[in-house]
Design a protein around this ligand. Structure first.
Ligand code: SF4
Ligand code: SF4
Ligand code: SF4
Length: 345
């Protein structure tokens, strides 16, 4: 366990474990500091300059997200000097932001919206920029709208630090800076694996789901695709799965998901092509059969073989219980130890 230390934030004594940043110390005490580039899963970055604070005996206005908290520190998060710097940084972001909130996938979940409201921005001191670049719609699951990008680099850092793919980076400098793939091509043509981890961390609508539907209830479950056992939260509306998000409490995944779990659930669950009865091949055609018919057919075919001629392959997409019963069936009913499961790889 880390060393316990005390510091003062806004005249409140805060007790924390060593190793925390000033931002984390404030958050642990319920003190809000606005930020757009910080993410609890990513290394501190200090790009958006919104989390600036005042710290006794420290020059200027350091960023809370990159400053390690220290014992005895005296921190202030709301002063006229801080407001002035924050407001300028935020107004510059908004001036270069193509806001279209009502038709934006992040409406109501947008961190820029929330901070603009928190800061009471109702007019800008800077002229709005007019650039308009084409939206990259090549990815089947989410769009890349650089007109809404605030260059926080959360997506780039996610792709490097979490997904370890490195499909995107910040290209160019100054006003021309943008999130780009290698060679500045479409995301779909890059090495992107469509995991969507960048999208869920984008604070604005620059990376947003193509078909965004708000669920009316949520259900916690385990991804059925592979043996990792990622915990996920399914959003449900009208008895249909309309959203999927990683569960941060999931021991196997800590909230992260791959492309299959994040984007591949709803379609197959609700597919009209799903099998609902066993099928038996007759004259090269599949015909619907009852479970009794199917099981009797399998049993009669298995009876023609010696136990050692039979192998049983189970599935990591089945539950632990189903896998347990399958190996038990092989060993106890068939009398063979030829048992395998794709989760082994
Ligand atoms: S990113 Fe946020 S501020 Fe921008 S259009 Fe979307 S909801 Fe509005
Ligand atoms: S979807 Fe995944 S692989 Fe693709 S850019 Fe985003 S984080 Fe990287
Ligand atoms: S696309 Fe989103 S996450 Fe990436 S830099 Fe732009 S605003 Fe940040």
């Amino acid at each position: 366990m880390g060393k316990i230390m005390k510091l003062t934030i806004n005249n409140v004594e805060v007790t924390i474990k060593s190793g925390m940043t000033v931002l984390e110390a404030a958050q642990s005490a319920g003190i809000y500091i606005p930020t757009l580039c910080a993410d609890p899963d990513l290394e501190p970055y200090g790009a958006c300059r919104l989390c600036v604070v005042e710290i006794d005996n420290m020059r200027g206005l350091p960023t809370a997200c990159t400053t390690p908290a220290a014992s005895g520190m005296v921190v202030r998060t709301e002063t006229p000097a801080i407001h002035s710097v924050r407001r300028t940084a935020l107004e510059l972001l908004i001036a270069d932001h193509n806001a279209d909130c009502l038709v934006c996938g992040k409406n109501q979940n947008c961190e820029l919206q929330k901070i603009a409201a928190y800061m009471g921005i109702n007019e800008l001191s800077f002229p709005k920029t007019t650039r308009k670049v084409a939206v990259d719609t090549s990815n089947p699951f989410f769009d890349v709208d650089r007109n809404k990008c605030i260059l926080c680099a959360r997506c780039v850092r996610t792709c490097n630090e979490i997904t370890c793919v490195g499909a995107i980076d910040l290209a160019n400098r100054g006003y021309n800076m943008k999130v780009a793939t290698f060679g500045d091509g479409l995301l779909f043509d890059s090495i992107c694996q469509s995991c969507g981890e960048c999208m869920v961390r984008c604070p604005v609508g620059a990376l947003s789901l193509k078909n965004c539907v708000t669920p009316d209830s949520e259900v916690e479950t385990t991804c059925p695709y592979c043996g990792t056992g990622c915990s996920m939260i399914l959003g449900v509306r009208d008895n249909r799965i309309v959203s999927v998000r990683g569960n941060r409490r999931g021991g196997a995944n800590g909230g992260k998901l791959c492309v299959k779990g994040r984007f591949g659930i709803s379609e197959f669950v609700h597919s009209p092509e799903r099998l609902t009865t066993p099928l038996i091949r007759k004259d090269d055609k599949f015909e619907k059969a009852s479970w009794d018919e199917a099981l009797e057919l399998i049993a009669s075919k298995m009876a023609k073989y010696q136990p050692q001629e039979i192998g049983v392959v189970s599935s990591s997409r089945a539950t632990n219980e189903a896998n347990y019963v399958t190996q038990k069936f092989a060993r106890a009913a068939l009398g063979v130890n030829n048992v395998d499961n794709c989760a082994r790889v």
